[in-house]
Design a binder for this molecule. Structure first.
Ligand code: SAM
Length: 376
């Protein structure tokens, strides 16, 4: 027997269960046992309702976990042909115990409720603590199993259930078990291949997969509309046709400028966002758009005070400048005239930034040959 396929070789014995008082915590002991790699649980007092609950979870979510209630501890511990581990705050440290457990033996993990009878300490081969501090049978069991299996229990599949859960950073993805193996699909945007300049739909999928919140999504959509309006107006009525603006890059930059806000709302979303884009192997020009979008730019000399690495965050290319300014002209979700954006900066005392934003506005109007404020 090897611990590589351990799931059927660990049993749990729950002592001191009082059906009238402990229903919830014993249910949690059983759920933790099932979720973290044990194959069965024995409970010392009869409790048909507890049995029903656990069986129904197993039917729905899969695996072959079994439960029996109303069994005496002496018979379970007496007939067990493996190693008995009793979890108690008085025992030896869990890591030492896991090292000393004989390889390949079946394990019975005993957890108590209130007072554990003295003979349990004698009958156990190992009395094991998860920190020598009082906490609970659920936390002790979960941590013991995790240490025992070295974390592999988290990747275990639960065959035969009615449903399976597809991991999603937001929302609930409950799917029919389908192929019957119940295995999990990891929706990990970092293990997927993205085009260097993703399309509008791909950008939205990416933001969604990263767990971007609804208000940030709303903001990003409006900044995208604003930036694309600036572009179209310049193409139609201004000097757009004479300029070399990459519309696909602009569109992706507008949608992804706040990608870092899927991780934090602080100003560091700028550097964190650029790093996310690098990890996703997006085009360097998108990395720069993200990096250089805050306000009308931040100088290296101002960066440290804001908690950013000391470097320039100044929009240079036309796409960078349009993204940065479209963001300035959209508050959280609504467009605002330049004057309102400037007022906000003034009220924060950011006077250098006020001048920079005015300059960006004027320069863009000049280059694009349009009245940008008319769009707000
Ligand atoms: N007072 C009880 C005793 O002396 O055993 C402990 C009560 S505690 C609420 C219930 C169960 O949680 C214990 O029987 C034990 O199985 C588990 N437990 C609590 N703290 C623990 C720890 N630090 N290490 C291991 N198990 C612990």
């Amino acid at each position: 027997m090897s611990r590589k396929e351990p799931w059927t070789h660990v049993e749990v014995l729950r002592l001191g269960h009082r059906p009238e008082r402990d229903k919830r915590i014993t249910t949690h002991v059983a759920l933790a046992a099932r979720a973290f790699g044990a194959g069965s649980i024995h409970v010392d007092r009869k409790d048909p309702s507890l049995e029903r609950t656990i069986r129904s979870v197993t039917e729905r979510f899969g695996g072959s976990f079994s439960i029996e209630t109303g069994v005496s501890r002496r018979s379970v511990m007496g007939r067990f042909d493996g190693t008995i581990v009793h979890l108690t705050m008085y025992g030896i440290p869990v890591d030492r115990a896991v090292r000393e457990l004989p390889e390949g033996e079946k394990i019975l993990v005993v957890v108590g409720a209130e007072k554990v009878p003295a003979d349990v300490y004698d009958l156990a081969h190992f009395n094991v603590s998860v920190a020598n501090q009082p906490h609970s049978e659920v936390s002790a069991l979960a941590i013991f199993l995790d240490r025992l299996f070295g974390g592999r229990e988290l990747e275990r599949s639960f065959p035969g259930g009615e449903v399976r859960i597809a991991p999603a950073s937001h929302g609930k993805a409950v799917l029919p078990a389908g192929d019957g193996n119940g295995s999990m699909e990891i929706e990990d945007p970092f293990s997927m291949e993205w085009p260097p300049v993703p399309s509008e739909k791909e950008c939205m999928t990416l933001l969604h997969m990263l767990g971007t919140s609804t208000p940030v999504m709303t903001h990003v959509r409006e900044v995208h509309r604003m930036g694309m309006d600036i572009y179209s107006r310049s193409m139609e009525f201004g000097s757009g046709r004479d300029l070399d603006i990459d519309a696909e890059l602009l569109s992706a930059g507008l949608l992804l400028h706040d990608i870092g806000r899927s991780r934090t709302h602080s100003i560091r979303h700028v550097t964190i966002g650029a790093e996310l884009a690098r990890r996703l192997h997006l085009d360097d020009r998108i990395v720069s758009i993200i990096h250089n979008h805050p306000g009308a730019g931040i100088l290296a000399s101002e960066a440290a005070e804001l908690g950013l690495p000391e470097e320039d965050y100044i929009p240079v290319s036309l796409e960078e400048r349009i993204v940065s300014h479209a963001d300035n002209l959209v508050g959280e979700s609504r467009r605002r005239p330049l004057e309102r954006a400037l007022e906000r900066l003034r009220s924060k005392g950011a006077l250098a930034a006020v001048e920079r934003m005015k300059r960006l506005h004027e320069e863009l109007e000049d280059i694009l040959g349009i009245d940008i404020d008319a769009l707000t």
